[in-house]
Ligand binder design. Structure first.
Ligand code: COA
Length: 174
């Protein structure tokens, strides 16, 4: 299995998808563009752009598919065992093609390889179904959400499950 999915310090790959930190001005521009087109604060404005410096507690990640930048999320370390996925988005022109599911599954593999076993997130209204298909469930989480209508979701990770979910996904959609 390690030749199919290979967590490395800079990211994680599965066949034609690669999830890794932005490494150039063009990468950061793609992150900014996808966040601007997809995400709004409670007051309707765009989120502040991500800090450009490397921070192990707040890892911005960019999903590539066959040479194109197709999605992004940020993985925040909350404690030794828990990460939060934030600012999850797929390029508006590339939705509905399975990239979002791979984005989450590769981020889970990366989190798991980094020692985390729980993922938490605030799912904005309308996105819960997407996460529930990927095994997330409603949870109690004390962190306040930006959006009053968002739902707190969580998932317990296992390294084997993260890999087999990717393989299963490929089997169905590949
Ligand atoms: C939510 C988002 C990341 C999904 O990305 P995507 O690439 O379109 O999703 P996928 O194509 O991988 O979908 C995977 C599965 O989830 C389903 N799905 C996707 N979006 C869904 C939604 N909003 N509600 C219910 N199911 C959804 C798909 O139908 C697919 O199901 P299938 O496996 O049975 O075919 C994308 O729509 C997006 O960027 N939205 C705007 C930003 C946003 O809302 N982010 C979430 C912040 S918490």
């Amino acid at each position: 299995m390690t030749d199919v999915i290979a967590p490395i310090a800079a990211g994680v790959s599965l066949m034609s998808h690669h999830l890794k930190p932005p490494a150039s001005a063009a990468d950061w521009a793609a992150v900014d563009r996808m966040q601007r087109q997809s995400l709004r604060t409670r007051t309707g404005s765009a989120y502040p752009v991500e800090a450009r410096h490397a921070d192990p507690a707040r890892q911005v990640l960019l999903l590539w598919y066959r040479g194109e930048r197709v999605g992004t999320l940020r993985m925040d370390r909350l404690d030794d065992s828990t990460v939060a996925f934030r600012r999850v988005c797929v390029d508006a022109s590339k939705r509905g093609a399975g990239h979002g599911a791979v984005l989450i599954q590769l981020a889970e593999a990366l989190a798991s390889a980094d020692g985390a076993d729980v993922v938490l997130l605030h799912a904005v209204a309308g996105s819960e179904g997407f996460y529930q298909k990927l095994g997330f469930h409603p949870v109690v989480w004390s962190e306040p959400s930006e959006h009053p209508t968002s739902v707190n979701l969580g998932k317990r990770l296992s390294p084997v499950a993260a890999v087999s979910q990717c393989l299963e996904y490929r089997r169905i959609h590949g």
